[in-house]
Design a protein. Structure first.
Length: 255
C-alpha cells in the first residue's frame, strides 16, 4: 500500500508541475462552458416558443440541457484523456527510469494502478468545476440531482475506461506521440463501432453495440443506471489495466 501511495503521489505531483495538465484543464472548461452557454440559450428560446403555444408543456431540463451537455463532455474527454496518459509509462521507458523503478520492491500492478489512479484523480479535478454550471441551473429552476449524479458517475466510469486504454497504449511504446495517437485511435474505434450495428445482421449488430463505449454511456446522462453498463466499464478498465501490467512484466523480463 505504501508503494502504491508513493507512485500515486509522485504522478499526481508531476501533473501539477506540467503545463499540459493546465492547458487541458482550461481547454476543457472553455469548451464545456461554450456548450453550456449555447445550451442555455437554446433552451430559453424553446421555452419562450412553447409558452406561446396554448398546449404548452414545460420542457424537461434534464432532457433538453443536462443530458446533451454531458454527452458533449464525454466526447471532449475522449480527446483529452490520451494526452493525460501518453507520458505515464512511455516517458519512463524513453528516459530509462522505468528500469530503475522496476528495480525497487514494487509490483508491476502497483506501478500501473498508482499511475492510473493519479490520472483518474486529475480527470476528476478537471470535471469538478463543471458542477458550477448545474448549480447555476439549480438556482434558476428545478433540477433532478439524482439523475445528475448518475450522469457524473457515467462520466467518471467512461473517463476511467478512456484512461485505462490510454495507459495501455503508453505501456507499449517509448514515444509519447505514438501513445497519444494510438490511444485516441483505439477510443475512437470503440466509440463508433456501434454505429455499424444497423447495417449488419442482428447477432453481429448486438455484438458491435455491446463493444461500443458510446452505447454503454448513453443511459447515464438520462439518469438511468443499468448494471450491464456498470459491468461493461469495470471490465473494460480491468482488462486494459491487465494489459498494461503484462506490458511491464514483459519489459522486466527483457531487462
Amino acid at each position: 500500500m505504501k508503494a502504491l501511495k508513493a507512485i500515486y503521489l509522485r504522478e499526481l505531483r508531476a501533473y501539477f508541475h506540467s503545463s499540459i495538465a493546465y492547458v487541458l484543464w482550461v481547454s476543457f472548461l472553455v469548451i464545456t462552458g461554450y456548450f453550456f452557454f449555447t445550451g442555455v440559450a437554446s433552451y430559453s428560446m424553446a421555452s419562450m416558443q412553447a409558452m406561446q403555444n396554448p398546449m404548452f408543456m414545460r420542457l424537461n431540463l434534464q432532457e433538453w440541457l443536462v443530458s446533451p451537455l454531458m454527452s458533449n463532455m464525454s466526447v471532449i474527454m475522449m480527446l483529452i484523456t490520451p494526452l493525460l496518459t501518453m507520458r505515464l509509462l512511455s516517458e519512463e521507458k524513453r528516459s530509462g527510469t522505468l528500469e530503475l523503478l522496476l528495480s525497487y520492491p514494487l509490483t508491476d500492478f502497483s506501478v500501473v494502478l498508482g499511475k492510473y489512479l493519479a490520472s483518474l484523480t486529475m480527470l476528476a479535478l478537471i470535471l469538478a468545476p463543471t458542477l458550477l454550471h448545474l448549480a447555476i441551473l439549480a438556482s434558476m429552476g428545478s433540477l433532478h440531482w439524482p439523475a445528475v449524479l448518475v450522469g457524473y458517475l457515467g462520466l467518471l466510469l467512461e473517463g476511467g475506461g478512456f484512461l485505462a486504454l490510454g495507459l495501455a497504449a503508453s505501456a507499449m511504446t517509448e514515444n509519447q506521440i505514438v501513445a497519444a495517437v494510438a490511444g485516441f485511435a483505439g477510443l475512437l474505434f470503440l466509440w463508433v463501432v456501434g454505429w455499424s450495428s444497423t447495417v449488419v445482421g442482428p447477432e453481429a449488430g448486438a455484438a458491435l453495440k455491446g463493444l461500443s463505449l458510446g452505447s454503454h454511456f448513453e443511459n447515464f446522462p438520462k439518469g438511468l443506471l443499468d448494471t450491464a453498463d456498470l459491468a461493461y466499464f469495470l471490465i473494460f478498465i480491468g482488462f486494459f489495466l491487465f494489459l498494461s501490467t503484462r506490458a511491464l512484466e514483459a519489459k522486466r523480463w527483457k531487462a
